[in-house]
Design a protein around this ligand. Structure first.
Ligand SMILES: [Zn+2]
Length: 293
């Protein structure tokens, strides 16, 4: 099934688990993501960022390919623009057939963030496309971001933000940061703030910068109400290492065989992660996509 993020994230919210949102730049990764989801009976989200889109994962090529892989499956697969910034990029993705977009205006002030997100919500919802927004700011691990509460999401502001924008899910800043943390640093997360945000908003919440956050932290944020976890760095590192090791072991390996080896390694990594965050076996019998109170 090729669907928007909306119903799957409300189902996750009602049943207290999280859905993986995985960055993808080619067919092997798209296949790994979709087939891992099918094997685990799990919902999944494919993320493509503007940087990946500009490199080679163009919307016009990626959308038909991903739809062709996802549509025959029994599990829901959404395709989301990750960190959409420029209006023209976001509109291009909606036109190309993305089922969801993120508007990241988190580096602007509150009013400008509201304005930018509201504008896209009006357009996206008219096309059945769901919208993720971010309040507070999840920065870069390499820059030491995430260690100061200055950028964390404010609970009262979040309530007003969601009411005014009508966004479908909200990325919150509680202490994680994007990319790999230096020297095996494990971030300290503000769990109390997350619990307060969930209590105030009662809607799907998103964690960015999950890579390197540690399994214990990930399990805890899922218990406290995170319903979408973005995974990029950890998976790409795992897949690259598997391919690198295989090439060392078998330097004359056929090109297609090394591609398939990378796809297999990614599939296994994703399946294990899906089990950890509780999204496995959610789409066998009981999907209704409604009711959260
Ligand atoms: Zn992110």
């Amino acid at each position: 099934m090729y669907v928007s993020m909306k119903e799957m994230l409300w189902h996750a919210c009602a049943n207290k688990y999280a859905v993986m949102a995985i960055n993808c730049t080619d067919m092997e990764q798209a296949r790994a993501i979709c087939y891992a989801a099918a094997a685990e009976c799990a919902p999944v989200i494919i993320d493509i960022s503007p940087r990946q889109m500009k490199a080679h994962a163009t919307p016009e090529v990626m959308v038909p390919m991903i739809r062709a892989i996802a549509e025959p499956l029994d599990v829901p697969v959404a395709l989301n623009l990750d960190h959409g910034g420029e209006y023209k990029d976001i509109v291009r993705c909606i036109k190309a057939g993305f089922s969801s977009v993120m508007v990241d205006a988190s580096s602007y002030d509150f009013e400008e963030n509201v304005r930018r997100v509201s504008q896209i919500v009006a357009l996206a919802h008219a096309h059945g496309v769901s919208v993720e927004a971010e309040l507070g700011h999840v920065g870069q691990a390499a820059a030491g971001d995430g260690r100061s509460a200055d950028m964390y999401t404010n609970v009262e502001q979040a309530r007003e933000f969601v009411e005014r924008t009508g966004c479908d899910c909200l990325a919150v800043a509680i202490g994680t940061a994007h990319g790999a943390y230096p020297d095996d640093f494990v971030p300290h997360l503000d769990f109390d703030r997350l619990a307060e945000l969930k209590e105030a908003l009662k809607m799907p919440l998103v964690l960015h910068g999950g890579s390197g956050a540690g399994e214990e932290n990930i399990r805890r944020v899922v218990e406290l109400g995170i319903n979408k976890i973005n995974v990029c760095t950890d998976l790409f590192k795992h897949q690259r290492k598997a391919m690198h090791d295989k090439l060392n072991e078998q330097p004359s390996i056929d090109y297609m065989d090394i591609q398939m080896h990378g796809e297999q390694a990614a599939t296994e990594y994703i399946r294990a992660y899906m089990r950890m965050i509780g999204s496995s076996n959610r789409y066998q019998f009981d999907f209704t996509g409604e009711d959260f109170d």
